[in-house]
Ligand binder design. Structure first.
Ligand SMILES: C[S@@+](CC[C@H](N)C(=O)[O-])C[C@H]1O[C@@H](n2cnc3c(N)ncnc32)[C@H](O)[C@@H]1O
Length: 211
């Protein structure tokens, strides 16, 4: 699995590598643009909202939102990725930090309308995901949403089928999502398959009306 130095080295060629995989409709990034576009549209349906992006990378999604006046916060552990994103979005609030240890201090001081994570949370195993997702959920505004775009399936069987199909190309060091495994912890979780291997998980925080 890539560590922060690995992502530093990948940063400059990242957008091209993702684009090629998406265009050829192949694992791991098949559906990448469709996934980011769906998340973008959902966020834009709430103008003036605040977004926290986890593992923002070169800032492909964040930049589109930033250009529409959305307030952007983010956490990533690669200094190279942060430098690329910061150059595109000078007024965004980007912080360096390993999300294996949860959110960095300054990001814990706010709540967010959307918390987005595209192709980043698969660096956590499922029990680490659960801990981190619970922390993120606590930082959602009422009615807010966590939106995760990644290699993902509704069922574990779907994920295992991908592993078989890909053979040696399958990255066993990444922990992709089987949505069904997170429903007990997050009953509001919804899943939408967007490509042969990519999907969107949405976890919504309900509004409490206080009666
Ligand atoms: C594959 S890139 C995805 C970038 C972007 N979200 C996208 O959709 O193109 C994964 C990003 O997550 C970051 N990342 C991976 N593991 C991390 C960790 N443990 N803590 C913080 N950031 C991490 C990497 O530095 C990288 O920027």
């Amino acid at each position: 699995m890539l560590d922060e130095k690995g992502f530093d080295l990948w940063a400059n060629g990242y957008d091209r590598a993702v684009g090629l995989s998406d265009e050829s409709d192949s694992y791991p990034f098949a559906g990448y643009r469709a996934i980011l576009n769906d998340i973008y549209c959902k966020v834009m349906s709430r103008p003036g909202c605040r977004v926290l992006e986890i593992g923002f990378g070169t800032g492909t999604l964040a930049k589109k939102l930033y250009d529409q006046g959305i307030e952007i916060y983010g956490q990533d552990f690669s200094q190279q990725m942060i430098d690329i994103a910061k150059e595109k979005m000078p007024d965004a609030h980007f912080y360096k930090g390993d999300f294996t240890d949860g959110l960095v201090g300054p990001l814990k001081q706010r709540k967010y309308d959307f918390i987005t994570a595209t192709y980043s949370l698969h660096h956590l195993n499922d029990s680490e995901k659960l801990v981190f997702l619970k922390e993120l959920y606590n930082h959602l505004e009422e009615g807010g949403m966590i939106m995760i775009g990644d290699v993902a399936f509704e069922t574990r069987a779907g994920l295992e089928k991908l592993r078989e199909q890909e053979g040696d190309a399958f990255d066993d060091e990444e922990f992709y999502f089987a949505a069904e495994d997170f429903r007990d912890a997050f009953p509001s979780l919804r899943f939408e398959q967007k490509s042969v291997c990519g999907g969107i998980i949405t976890i919504e925080k309900e509004i409490s009306y206080g009666y």
